[in-house]
Design a protein around this ligand. Structure first.
Ligand code: MN
Length: 206
């Protein structure tokens, strides 16, 4: 069974003005689609792997046959990371952003003192990620932690479950923000979906 790109869970313009419609079309329809296509091309060489979820492929990267491991790392990682990314955002008009709610809101205060300090740590990880990659929040040893990965590497490969992540590849922001990655990182908090992030946090704690 081939991996498939799900449609966006909202309209391409739903994250305006923070993420523009042209970026969303390019990012979802071209970049994410390419990761899915390249993953399917790799899996054709080992069709027995196609019964696993993409997250399981990325989680068990060390067991993937060596001839396609790099392709699965990059394209399976790309598919997994972007699927998470679309689903932890929601339309501005449906009340995206704002202060974190529920259990994740409480954990942020407990481990970082304030939402502002949490955002600062998360955004710093994104600004400092040299070249392409992701900033992440994970739950490890009973605490929220901020981390980053290069390229399409996922925390899943290190045995960690990503609760939220932001894409700091230039393709995620360059059309609107040009080289101003910090401005994109700051604006992104206006489109996060705290309900979806709370669902992921509950999974991370299991
Ligand atoms: Mn991307």
């Amino acid at each position: 069974m081939a991996y498939e790109l799900a449609p966006l869970p909202y309209h391409y313009a739903a994250l305006e003005p923070h993420i523009d419609i042209a970026t969303m079309h390019l990012h979802h329809d071209k970049h994410h689609q390419a990761y899915v296509n390249n993953l399917n091309a790799a899996i054709e060489k080992h069709p027995e792997l196609g019964s696993h979820s993409v997250d399981d492929l990325v989680r068990n990267l060390a067991t993937i046959p060596e001839d396609i491991r790099g392709a699965v790392r990059n394209n399976g990682g790309g598919h997994s990371n972007h699927t998470l990314f679309w689903n932890i955002m929601k339309p501005v008009e449906e009340g995206a952003g704002g202060a974190p709610t529920g259990a994740i809101g409480e954990q942020i205060i407990k481990d970082f003192g304030s939402f502002d300090d949490f955002k600062k740590a998360f955004n710093d990880a994104g600004v400092k990620q040299f070249g392409s990659g992701w900033s992440w929040a994970v739950f490890e040893g009973g605490k929220l932690k901020i981390t980053s990965t290069p390229n399409q590497d996922s925390p899943l490969t290190s045995g960690l479950y990503p609760i939220l992540g932001n894409d700091v590849w230039e393709h995620a922001y360059y059309l609107k923000y040009n080289n101003r990655r910090p401005d994109y990182l700051a604006a992104w908090w206006n489109v996060v979906n705290w309900d979806a992030i709370n669902t992921r946090f509950a999974t991370a704690k299991k």
